[in-house]
Structure formats: C-alpha cells, structure tokens
Design a protein around this ligand. Structure first.
Ligand code: DOR
Ligand code: ZN
Length: 349
C-alpha cells in the first residue's frame, strides 16, 4: 500500500502554550488535525470556564485563516475547583474534559491535586454528567523511582478512584507502561488511554545511552523496550480504548539544553509521518485510522471528522525541519532516528 486516505485525525492531548509560542506551534497541528484537546497547564493555569473561553479565543486569533481547527478546551483541576463552574462549562459545550495533575508531577503542575479526596465532589459531579477526566498518571512521592511512578499510581490512586467512582469516564493520558496497557484492558469502556507518538518510537536508551539527550526527555519518561512494545501492541490493536494524544509539548532549546532541562517533546510537524511509519512496521496500516481518527471521537462522544487526509509513501525520505523558529526562541522537532517516507496532505473538499 503506497497511498492511504483516512478521516482527518484529532489529537487528544496537546500543549499549545500561549503568546508567541502558540502562534508558532499552532499551524503545525492545525495543518493535519481537525481538533485537539488543549492542555490547561499555562502559567497561571486555566482553572475556570471563563479562563478557558478567553484562552480559546486567543487560540482562534492565532489560527491562520486558511486552516480549519477546533480547539477542545480543558480545565486544570485544583482542590478549589468549583463543580458548578465545571458543569456549566461542559453543558454549554466549551469545556470537554478536566485535567488532573498530581501536584508536582510535571511542568506547571504545582497548583494540581495533593489529596485526591478533596476533589471527589467535583469528580462525582463529572461522573453524573458523563464528563471525562484526563489524568497525568504518576505519583510524585520522592521515594518512588521515576520509572515506577506510573505503575504505582495505577495501584494506589487510579484503581481506588475507579472503585470509588465507577461511573467516572477516565483517560489515562500518555500511558507509557505495559502495566498501564494491561490495566486499561482489564477495565470497562469508561477507561481509556492516550498514547504519544514518541513513546511508540523510543525507549529510555534514547535519553540516556551514549550521552544525555534532553530532546527525548518528557514526562512520563520513556521506559524500557518491553513497555514500548506493549504500547505498540495496544495502539495497533484497533481496541477502541486506545487513541492518539501526541503530548506535543514545545519548550525552547535553551530550556531543554540546560542543567535542569524541561520535560516535553515537540512532535507536531512530523507526528503523522512517524505514526504511519510505526503502523507500517507493525503491518497495521489498516488500523491507523482507528487510532488517529475514530477511537478518540468514540470515547469523547463526538462525530468523527468528515474531511480526509492522504498519506503517500515515497521512496525517497520526506524531510522535516530539525527546529522551528518561534518568537520565544528555537524549538527542536522530535527526531525519530529513522528516515520517514510518508507525506501527508489534506484532501480537497
Ligand atoms: O513532557 C511533558 N511535557 N509532560 C507533561 O506532562 C507536561 C508537558 C509540558 O507541559 O511541557
Ligand atoms: Zn502533556
């Protein structure tokens, strides 16, 4: 198969930032994706429906006119979040999901949740109205090894939460372990997971073997090969509970190439070419559409996109810039360490 025409994809986990960075990165996602779940971890975070409405307007103002793109907004859950505000934002269609960051787990998560019991009233309201909760699934306890933080989160936080509020619709964001994949498979249809492009392509050697490579550092951190293989198996399986969330997360090079570098991999420009490569390697190109364009809308109870994209396999490698320029400085693009052969265009009409 050298040409594939599929429904236009959506990105169910994306960082667009704000200001000059938003302006520079948004066109890369909007070129190929119809919608994206926009993460609320700005400084300060997007906590209220009114803040989400204002942020959405800034995104729309930064969107080049020729591009058609619908940002799906999320709220950053804090221990002070008002359940009535969450419900009102969801009912008027502005807010699609709430994001739970354990405090201290990742970039700009310091206003996140310290004691999950404190947000149970909001989560119970969300369960009652069918509103999804997106979870950064890592414990922050300094005694827990960083490579174990996802597995420990599942056992000590996620599973108890699912038992306490069984009707809550949960997305385990950027799942990185076999434990996570197995857990989702063991649950009902109200438990789903997003998988990033980079976690399908790299394991922890990319970060640490032969020199430290900060542009492969993200959170949750990439794990051993056995976990990458489990993620691949889930992504190409067609199982409706697994779908794409790129977690494309731009930071400028000086902030990445630093004695204490930021977590985040910017993959928006080449993410679909990478995914076609992965699905081709797995002999699963016929299931790429489910992963990038069908399973996500299914979980979020939205119609799949009507427009189409075309993926063409070229004999010659397709080039991508190694960096993009932004008003805040250069941002390095994810380097998958293999040559990419898939060219992506949007179908007319
Ligand atoms: O690598 C990451 N970068 N993981 C996250 O959870 C946050 C993100 C960011 O905002 O940069
Ligand atoms: Zn993220």
């Amino acid at each position: 198969m050298t040409t594939l025409i599929i429904r236009k994809p959506d990105d169910w986990h994306l960082h667009l930032r704000d200001g000059a960075m938003l302006e520079a990165v948004l066109p890369h996602t909007a070129a190929h994706f119809a919608r994206a779940i926009v993460m609320p971890n700005l400084v300060p975070p997007i906590v209220t429906a009114a803040q989400a409405a204002a942020y959405r307007e800034r995104i729309m103002a930064a969107l080049p006119e020729r591009l058609d793109f619908n940002p799906l907004m999320t709220l950053y859950l804090t221990e002070e979040t008002d359940a009535a505000d969450v419900e009102a934002g969801f009912r008027n269609g502005l807010v699609v999901a709430v994001k739970l960051y354990p405090a201290g787990a990742t970039t700009n998560s310091q206003s996140g949740v310290r004691e999950i019991e404190r947000v149970y009233p909001v989560l119970e309201r969300m369960a009652a109205i069918g509103m999804p909760l997106c979870i950064h699934g890592e414990v922050t306890n300094p005694e827990i090894d960083i490579f174990d933080r996802e597995a420990v989160f599942i056992e000590t936080v996620l599973d108890p939460l699912r038992k306490r509020i069984p009707g809550l619709r949960v997305v385990m964001e950027h799942v990185t372990t076999r434990d996570g994949v197995d857990y989702v498979r063991s649950q009902d249809k109200d438990m789903a997971a997003t998988i990033t492009t980079h976690h399908l392509m790299i394991n922890r050697n990319a970060i640490l073997a032969g020199g430290i490579r900060p542009h492969y550092y993200c959170l949750p951190v990439a794990k051993r090969e056995v976990h990458r293989l489990a993620l691949r198996d889930a992504a190409v399986s067609g199982d409706a509970r697994f779908f794409l969330g790129t977690d494309s997360a731009p930071h400028t090079d000086p902030l990445k190439e630093n004695a204490c570098g930021c977590a985040g991999i910017f993959s928006a420009p080449n993410t679909l070419a990478c995914l076609a490569h992965v699905f081709e390697e797995e002999n699963a190109l016929d299931r790429l559409e489910a992963f990038v364009s069908l399973n996500g809308p299914g979980f979020y109870r939205l119609p799949p996109n009507e427009s189409r994209i075309r993926l063409e396999r070229r004999n010659e490698p397709v080039g991508f810039p190694t960096k993009i320029e932004t008003g805040d400085g250069p941002v390095t693009v994810f380097d998958p360490m293999v040559s990419l052969h898939w060219n992506v265009t949007v179908e007319a009409g």
